[in-house]
Design a protein around this ligand. Structure first.
Ligand code: GDP
Length: 414
C-alpha cells in the first residue's frame, strides 16, 4: 500500500545536548529552515528572523512541544523533546524510547561536557543511531579536531567527520563536504545563503586525507566498499552515502558535522544529514511486548496494515484542549472518533481528536499511521508508558522506565 512506503519518509529524532551547547538555537533554526517558523513583520529577511528569535529567547519561551513536526525535502521530521539536564533522567528515557535517531549537539569550544555524556550513554543503552553536530564554530577557542577527539575518546563512539570546517572563529566561512568533495561557502555573515564551489588545491589534499579516514571507517563494515577502496577504484558519493546510512543505523558509526547555529551556518546540511543517515521507522527492529490474550512474548513491526499498537510517552496540560496525550504509533492506524484499548488498565478510551503539533500551529488530522508521533485529545485515564492497542489484538509493550538511576558521570569522575 502507498501508506506503507511513506514510512521511509518519517524521521523521529531527538536533539541531545549539554545545557548551553545550543540546542534551543539549533532547534529554532531547523524549524525556521523547514519553513514552519514564520517571521513576524515585513522587515528584511535576516534581521526579522533574528529579532523574532531573540524576543522568544528573552521571554524564555520554548517553541517546541513534546513532539514538533517539520518537513524537509519531502520527509517529515518529528522532533521529540529530549531534556538536556541530568535532573530529567526519566524524561530522557521516555523520549529515547520513542525516537529512532538523534542529533548530539556539542560546543566546539567545550567539546564533550558532563551532561552530554550522561544523555549520550543513555542513548547507547537504547542503541539509538546518532549524528554529532559540533556547534559554535564561530566562537573564540573553537577547536573542531579536539571536539571530535573527545566524542571518540570520552564517549567511546565511532565518530567520523563527513565535513571539514572552512576556517574557524570569526573566519568560519563554510564547510567542505567530504562525500561530494565540494565546498559550500556562506555568502555573508548572516549565513542565510551559501554557494557551492570546487575545492582549492590546498583544501583538496586535506579533504582527501579525511575522506580516506571516512572510507576506512566504512570499509570496516562494508566488504564491497573495502574491495573498491583497496583496488583504488572510484567510489561515488551515492555509494558512500548509502554505506554511511547503513553503518550509522546498524553499526553506530557517528557522522560528524559542524556549524554555527547562531550564524545560520551548517543547519541546512544538518537537516540533510537527518534525512540521509538517521533511520526511519521502517529501519528499526520491531518492538517487544506481551500478548494479553496468550500471555506470550510478541512483537509489533512498523506496518500500517497490522493491528494498532502505540505507546503513550507524555501527558501535557494544554490551555486549549485540556489534556494532550502524546503517543508513538508502532503498528497499525488510528482514526479520530475511534476507540482504543489501554491494555495496561484494561480500559477503552475514545480518541476525540488527533493533532500534529507544528512549531507555530496545530493541525487536526483524521487518521494517524504506524511510525508517526501524534497527540490525542479525549484520553481520560491513560498514563505515561501505557500501551494503546486494538481491542482484538491486545498487547502490552515492555515497561519503559529504567529502574536504576543513571550515575555514569559520578562513577567516572572518581
Ligand atoms: P541550550 O541551552 O543548549 O538550549 O543552548 P541555547 O541554544 O540556548 O544557546 C546557549 C547560548 O549560546 C545562547 O546565548 C546562544 O545565543 C548561544 N549560541 C548558540 N549557538 C551558538 C553558535 O553557534 N555560536 C555562538 N557564538 N553562540 C551560540
Amino acid at each position: 500500500m502507498l501508506e506503507q512506503s511513506e514510512l521511509a519518509r518519517i524521521r523521529n529524532i531527538g536533539i541531545m545536548a549539554h545545557i548551553d551547547a545550543g540546542k534551543t538555537t539549533t532547534t529554532e533554526r531547523m524549524l525556521f529552515y523547514t519553513g514552519k517558523v514564520h517571521r513576524i513583520g515585513e522587515v528584511d529577511k535576516g534581521t526579522a528572523t533574528m529579532d523574532w528569535m531573540s524576543q522568544e529567547q528573552e521571554r524564555g519561551i520554548t517553541i517546541t512541544s513534546a513532539a514538533t513536526v517539520c518537513f524537509w525535502k519531502g520527509s517529515s521530521i518529528n522532533i521529540i523533546d529530549t531534556p538536556g539536564h541530568v535532573d530529567f533522567t526519566v524524561e530522557v528515557e521516555r523520549s529515547l524510547r520513542v525516537l529512532d535517531g538523534a542529533i548530539g549537539i556539542f560546543c566546539a569550544v567545550a567539546g564533550v561536557q558532563p551532561q552530554s555524556e550522561t544523555v549520550w550513554r543513555q542513548a547507547d543503552r537504547y542503541g539509538v543511531p546518532r549524528i554529532a553536530y559540533i556547534n559554535k564554530m564561530d566562537r573564540i577557542g573553537a577547536d573542531a579536531e579536539r571536539a571530535v577527539r573527545m566524542i571518540k575518546e570520552r564517549l567511546g563512539s565511532n565518530a567520523v567527520p563527513i565535513q571539514l570546517p572552512l576556517g574557524s572563529e570569526d573566519s568560519f566561512a563554510g564547510l567542505i563536504d567530504l562525500i561530494a568533495m565540494k565546498a559550500y561557502v556562506y555568502e555573508d555573515s548572516t549565513g542565510e545563503t551559501y554557494r557551492e564551489r570546487e575545492l582549492l588545491e590546498n583544501e583538496r589534499a586535506k579533504a582527501q586525507h579525511y575522506r580516506e579516514i571516512l572510507l576506512e571507517a566504512l570499509s570496516e563494515y562494508d566488504d564491497n566498499l573495502m574491495e573498491k577502496y583497496l583496488e583504488g577504484s572510484r567510489i561515488s558519493a551515492e555509494e558512500i552515502k548509502r554505506s554511511l546510512r547503513k553503518q550509522t543505523i546498524a553499526n553506530h558509526l557517528v557522522p560528524v558535522l559542524y556549524g554555527s547555529s547562531f550564524k545560520n551556518k551548517g543547519v541546512q546540511m544538518l537537516l540533510d544529514a537527518v534525512i540521509d543517515y538517521l533511520p526511519s521507522p521502517a529501519d528499526i527492529p520491531p518492538v517487544s511486548g506481551i500478548d494479553t490474550g496468550t500471555g506470550q512474548a510478541t512483537t509489533r513491526r512498523a506496518d500500517v496494515n497490522e493491528p494498532l499498537c502505540a505507546l503513550a510517552f507524555k501527558i501535557a496540560a494544554d490551555p486549549y484542549v485540556g489534556k494532550l496525550t502524546y503517543f508513538r504509533i508502532y503498528s497499525g492506524r488510528l482514526q479520530t472518533g475511534s476507540y482504543v484499548l489501554n491494555s495496561v488498565k484494561g480500559q477503552k478510551e475514545r480518541v476525540s481528536k488527533l493533532l500534529k503539533m507544528h512549531a507555530n500551529h496545530r493541525e487536526e488530522i483524521a487518521e494517524a499511521l504506524a511510525g508517526d508521533i501524534v497527540a490525542g485529545v479525549g484520553f481520560k485515564d491513560t498514563g505515561t508508558g501505557e500501551t494503546l492497542c486494538s481491542e482484538e489484538y491486545g498487547v502490552i509493550l515492555e515497561p519503559m522506565d529504567f529502574p536504576e538511576p543513571v550515575i555514569d558521570v559520578a562513577i567516572e569522575a572518581k
